[in-house]
Design a protein around this ligand. Structure first.
Ligand code: ACO
Length: 407
């Protein structure tokens, strides 16, 4: 099993979007990487003989859960961007919509205000703006992009909005798709991007997280409507030599049992009206497709997050060959300050290493991680070479983490 997978992974990649240096990069496709130093170099070598398929497929939990990684290409994050709607709703404004107060919301969540789409604004518009800024920072032209992944659970179109975003950005040599994993969406998109680079020979992948949960919130339910805001964030992930891989480790999970704690179900409601049949055989009532409002058991989601996220980050750190003291920045999905604080405490990460802009934007779902990253990079906090531990978690349930180096 191990050999079969490893062999498949070591085939020199086809390089559709690879421009200069493609042959060199394909040559690097034969490297196996085991441990990575804190900054800079990847340690690449033949796998230790004790690690083989039999051990890994067994129940020895002290061993890595995945097969040894065969690195085709490395990935690095070289640009970011973000966009938020103009309309802002403060906690005091919320108190005029539902029975709540600035104090309750601030103390229980850490949120002070949020932005909400209005008028002509759209998820697509925010995604385009964020993507454009990421390309500019990365100094990558739109026609150099090979793939656009739009991470969203709230596309403007049920069939997906990614293709419209990629066309509007002028990424004429790319293809695009939407990735749906709620608040884990950006992490899922990011990991997917690195897989296309590693195994598919892609060079530039634009990952955009954009969501408008305000569209699916029951604005009479004070338990949920105070939490969410709209926004978009993007990163440009670029192929690099395996030795310079900046995507150091990751860990992802899903649990359909937990679906009951957080969802926005589709409901295809019938109408009273029945279409009279023309041939007397079928009366087929027209259906009106819709989504229900977001339903959330806040306490269960809270419990799930504070237990699952630290475990996931530890697993990613192990894969990266790092420890919590190597983390420069903890960048969690911006759901609730108490969750962020609890995770940081469990991981013994001091508060000055936490990136958070939750206070200003609330929970922006798939946008929250890249939106916070963008602010931290442009604000001069995150610098080239910094190690970031990121984690997304939310509906599905889904959760995961990644350890990565900025630039
Ligand atoms: N203002 C005032 N009172 C409120 C409000 C409000 N906005 N909301 C609830 N209350 C009341 C409740 O009615 C309840 O009153 P009672 O004691 O008289 O019955 C009391 O406050 C406590 O309510 P709880 O729901 O128990 O409050 P809790 O401390 O659990 O905080 C919260 C609620 C903030 C939602 C918290 O549970 C939470 O953040 N959970 C995690 C949510 C999350 O992270 N989601 C992320 C994923 S989102 C995604 O994937 C799409």
């Amino acid at each position: 099993m191990a050999n079969a997978t490893a062999t498949a992974g070591m085939v020199s990649p086809h390089v559709p979007g690879m421009h200069a240096g493609g042959r060199d990069m394909a040559r690097l496709g034969m490297v196996r990487c085991w441990r990575r130093a804190r900054r800079g170099k990847v340690m690449c070598a033949a796998p230790p003989s004790s690690v083989n398929g039999d051990v890994l497929m067994g129940n020895d939990v002290s061993k890595p859960r995945r097969l040894p990684r065969v690195v085709g290409m490395g990935s690095k994050l070289i640009g970011c961007g973000s966009a938020v709607p103009k309309f802002e709703i403060s906690n005091d404004d919320m108190a005029e919509i539902v029975e709540t107060s600035d104090e309750w919301i601030s103390v229980r969540t850490g949120i002070h205000k949020r932005r909400v789409l209005t008028g002509e604004e759209s998820v697509k518009g925010l995604a385009i703006e964020a993507g454009k800024k990421a390309l500019e920072m990365a100094h990558v032209e739109p026609d150099e992009v090979d793939l656009v992944i739009l991470c969203t659970s709230t596309p403007d179109d049920l069939f997906g909005t990614g293709a419209q975003v990629h066309t509007a950005l002028g990424c004429k040599n790319a293809w695009a798709f939407d990735a749906t994993a709620a608040c884990s969406g950006f992490l899922v998109g990011l990991i997917t991007a690195t897989r296309f680079i590693k195994g598919g020979g892609y060079k530039n992948v634009l990952v955009i997280g954009a969501d408008s949960l305000s569209r699916y919130v029951d604005w009479t339910d004070r338990g949920t409507c105070i939490l969410f805001g709209d926004g978009a964030g993007a990163v440009l992930v670029q192929a690099t030599a395996a030795e310079e891989d900046g995507f150091l480790g990751f860990d992802v999970h899903s649990d359909g049992q937990g679906y009951r704690h957080l969802n926005a179900k589709t409901s295809v409601g019938g109408t009273e009206e029945v279409i009279p049949s023309t041939n007397g055989s079928i009366n087929f009532p027209p259906k009106k497709p819709a989504f229900s409002f977001i339903q959330m058991n806040g306490k269960e989601v809270f419990r799930f997050a504070v237990s699952s996220v630290p475990r996931s980050i530890v697993a990613s750190l192990e894969e990266a060959g790092l420890t919590n003291s190597d983390i420069d920045w903890l960048l969690l999905h911006q759901a609730n300050w108490r969750i962020i604080d609890a995770v940081a405490t469990r991981l013994q990460i001091p508060s000055e290493k936490i990136i958070s802009n939750l206070a200003n934007y609330g929970n922006t779902s798939a946008a929250s991680i890249p939106l916070a990253l963008d602010e931290a990079v442009r604000g001069g906090k995150v610098k080239g070479g910094d190690i970031i531990a990121a984690s997304g978690f939310g509906a599905g349930l889904t959760w995961g983490s990644a350890i990565m180096r900025w630039q």
